[in-house]
Design a protein around this ligand. Sequence first.
Ligand SMILES: Cc1cc2nc3c(=O)[nH]c(=O)nc-3n(C[C@H](O)[C@H](O)[C@H](O)COP(=O)(O)OP(=O)(O)OC[C@H]3O[C@@H](n4cnc5c(N)ncnc54)[C@H](O)[C@@H]3O)c2cc1C
Length: 484
Amino acid sequence: MNPVPSPGRVVIVGSGLSGLVSAVLLAEAGWSVTLLEAHAIPGGLMQRYQRAGRWFDTGFHLLTDGGPTGMVRRILRRLGVLEQVHFLAPDPAAQFLMHVPGQEPLALPIGLVATGLAAETRWPDQAVGIQRFFSLVRGRLAANRWLAHLAEGMAPQESGFPGESVRDVLGRCGVTGEAAEVLGAASAILAMRAERCPFELYATFAGAGFTGSWRVAGGGDGLIRPLVERLAALGGRLLLRNAATAILHDGTRATAVVDARGQRHDADLVITTCHPDLVVAMTGEQGFRPSFKARVAAIPDSAGAFLLAAELSEPAVGLGRRHHLLRLADGSDGYVVAPDAWGEAQPPSIEAMVWLDTAAVAAWRSSTVGRRPGDYVAWKAAQEVRLRQALAAHFPWLTPTIRRTWLATPLTFRDYLGGRDGGAMGLSQDLGHLGDAPLQSRNKLRNLLMIGQSITHPGIQGVLVGACLVVGGVLGKDLHQELS
Ligand SMILES: Cc1cc2nc3c(=O)[nH]c(=O)nc-3n(C[C@H](O)[C@H](O)[C@H](O)COP(=O)(O)OP(=O)(O)OC[C@H]3O[C@@H](n4cnc5c(N)ncnc54)[C@H](O)[C@@H]3O)c2cc1C
């Protein structure tokens, strides 16, 4: 039985994509919605902000399954904002360019079958294994009702891959050497390495990415602003600079959320989208079972991002409308994109990043924005040199065009977005951590629902689907059926 009276008063913590989608769905169904956001700007990892007259994006906008008939657009249509979002198509012949040192970049076209063929053409001696691998990816997509449209005609691969990494499955299919390294490197779009990335997640995230990874004009704001406007039109309240500090409850049900100004917001339903560690802290001693608290405490954050935004003297036309995945000489993984090359009216620029363990900044965790010590500043400068060397190695023509750069580290993410250690995708979804055993949305307090990238599924499409699933449960509706 649904323990939540419907419609009633809902307080949502966090105005990232998960929070905004939930807020719009509930406001549309007649709920009285209060959305609390700690930051001055809505959007969480999808927010866009200005420094020195330039716009920056916090995350990237590789929209998996973003094609014209994809689930992302179906959900946006259902939310009433599709017309306001302008999608930017990738180069159909080479939407991904995989750069691995010592190898010619591998261009992956749109489509899973075409992607598999591109790999088979590069490594003909491994064609059978590559076909097997892509058939497993497609089979897993076919088995997921939210993604099955991406693998039409394919028999669902019902049995899971418990405990199996991308590397394991590649090996089982007989894909080895360079082919395994390059195909496995696509785990980087999940901030993971092939040897620790659950194959299930790879199939649904990278697999959906291979079917079409679009961008939206206006960066993260291109998606967030229409949702903010839609929520306002539906009468929902978005309170910025208004962090939730405590979730009040009677041991079985949440009753209210208290914000940083000391104001109490009574609630029939509370939805949290922030880092689970914060939710545990906000509910106090009796909010969750000890086993749940211990699990959250034991799971580290996912990899963090070192981000570089660069102003260029001329457009980086050579990057094209493509997502570039880079394997650096030291083995770490990065990403580069030139937003203006996708037809966005903005000055020539690139956004580049490399994943790193959040432990890399552990020594400076007690520091705050604007008051970082000298050794942190030196570390940050060294990271910039490392990333720029990688860019120079892959795109030597880019270096002389770089005029000015701006940097962000896991500490920047932590301090602006309120996570624990600044992991880019919340809690680690690696095998051995969340892996095959995700946290449950509903716990001891029956009307407190946790959603967002640590709980349902990471990534833009993942949190969109996650919010629809969980809020659909509250509304007693099968939103997937409505979208089909
Ligand atoms: C560098 C980087 C690149 C990425 N690239 C991609 C990509 O190309 N494709 C893709 O699909 N995904 C990408 N992602 C991941 C994707 O952006 C996220 O999975 C998604 O946006 C998460 O949304 P969310 O709503 O779950 O969480 P968030 O966006 O983290 O939202 C949580 C919100 O809660 C707020 N908050 C925290 N504490 C409180 C509090 N106490 N009170 C009130 N508010 C609070 C935060 O300020 C934030 O606004 C990337 C992430 C990063 C970091």
